[in-house]
Design a protein around this ligand. Sequence first.
Ligand SMILES: Cc1cc2nc3c(=O)[nH]c(=O)nc-3n(C[C@H](O)[C@H](O)[C@H](O)COP(=O)(O)OP(=O)(O)OC[C@H]3O[C@@H](n4cnc5c(N)ncnc54)[C@H](O)[C@@H]3O)c2cc1C
Length: 507
Amino acid sequence: MNRNDAITQLRSRAKPWDIVVIGGGATGLGAAVDAASRGYEVVLLERNDFASGTSSRSTKLVHGGVRYLRQGNVSLVREALRERDRLRRNAPEIVHELACVVPSYSRWDSAQYWAGLKLYDLLAGSSGIRRSRHLSRHETLELLPEVQSQGLRGGTLYYDCQFDDARLAIALAQTAAQRGAVVINYFPVTGLLKTSSGALRGVQAFDCETDETFEIEARVVINATGPFSDAVRRLDDPAADSALTLSRGTHVVLDRSLLSGNTAMLVPRTSDGRVIFMIPWQGVVLVGTTDVLVNHAEFEPAPSDTEIEYLLETANQYLDRSATRSDIRSVFAGLRPLVRSNRSGRTARISREHSIIIDSESKLLSIVGGKWTTYRAMAEDLIDKAIVVGGLSRRNCVTAELPLHVSDSSRPGALSSSDSSLGYPVCDGVSLSETEVIRSCREEMARTVEDVLSRRYRLLFVDARKAAIAAPRVAEIMAAELGRNAHWIRKQVDAFAEIVQCSIPAT
Ligand SMILES: Cc1cc2nc3c(=O)[nH]c(=O)nc-3n(C[C@H](O)[C@H](O)[C@H](O)COP(=O)(O)OP(=O)(O)OC[C@H]3O[C@@H](n4cnc5c(N)ncnc54)[C@H](O)[C@@H]3O)c2cc1C
């Protein structure tokens, strides 16, 4: 996956592409993989870096969604469980099983959680991971040594999957490229091209690295821009109604000592009637998430102090030792691009199903909603519709059984600094090597320090202070690799320092 080669392919194209996809998050990348693997000619254009929007800021669960069961959304849970199974088989290096415990403090709670999770097992059917079961107080404390022990009666153990969201996005981009798609980051779409009759014939886009504008013709244009999908729909029709409801979800990342085992905890009750997760991930504990209605899409949504307090307070009700702000390694927030619903003012209740909107005149295809877990099924639905809209010759979807390309960096143990073949660590105490930084540039289209420290490797999310220390050396290595000068290094380090500021709340 090489950016210069991708742009050369774009430039030398003499006829329209079959499909152009706008947006390189889970939804757009899934669509590019689906279309390319069916043999269509596809271009995907991402304004920033792949997965730099919502798709790198999830809870990192590949799951049916226990809480959607509570809402009675059985069809969504069943579909997500089916997709969980496929994803485990198609990307075993990135997606792996995760044991979760719901602690209970009354008999009635135990009975309720047990019944709910048995239904979860039942819906999973043959794609289930392992059967859920009741745990005694002793067994619960063994799996969750730090759980609030006072009044604890026992727990319910169930299984889901966990993944690295940004890594899966890179695997999708590489799979799409391997199947012939042209995928490019730092390439925003700035306008839509139309025929005299008002039908779309392509997009106008812009290369952020050279300031060059391109006109890219295609038979179908797909808008997969998540929280920005209304903005792209309004490039087509300035009067288009909003199709989106945006909800911010924040996570705090805590020191591992607060949950030292390998088991996640589902906190079954919060003050606003939701659930939150405490999940061991990459040597830290992810705690999230919140659900706050927001009015407009921002590229860098900032976690509010109220959300951070809420997450700490809720987690502390279930921990023996209270977490404080000094335990926070990092915070991050993402925007859920939910299907607009007038039925409820509470975003936690809005369905996580997806919706595809086809503009009657221009035939712009926009997709909103969905989950990371169901990206493949969403892509299948989307490309089936694109075939009809664009009058493309019908070819069947093949992604249910398609293994995803996994680069060496995604393999377990790839970050081990003891592997001398990977070269020196970029700095003391950081298990990211110089060779890995170079590989991110050569094979994974990393273009900025943030791309490397935030998404190719998750140091910003795991420990923002350490990421700040690593940034200057990463900038130097990248500059040598990408042919950049000292001015570029300074700008990158300054820009990254600002990002780090937003990832560490005041103590
Ligand atoms: C807090 C939180 C926790 C979540 N947890 C989970 C979970 O555990 N499991 C799960 O399955 N799902 C989870 N989700 C849902 C999942 O993360 C989202 O459904 C998914 O990431 C949405 O992907 P997307 O591609 O639609 O949007 P995005 O990832 O936002 O991608 C849209 C892309 O479009 C690009 N773009 C915008 N405008 C333009 C333009 N003009 N030109 C080119 N590109 C453009 C943006 O830069 C962006 O990269 C969570 C969501 C949130 C917010």
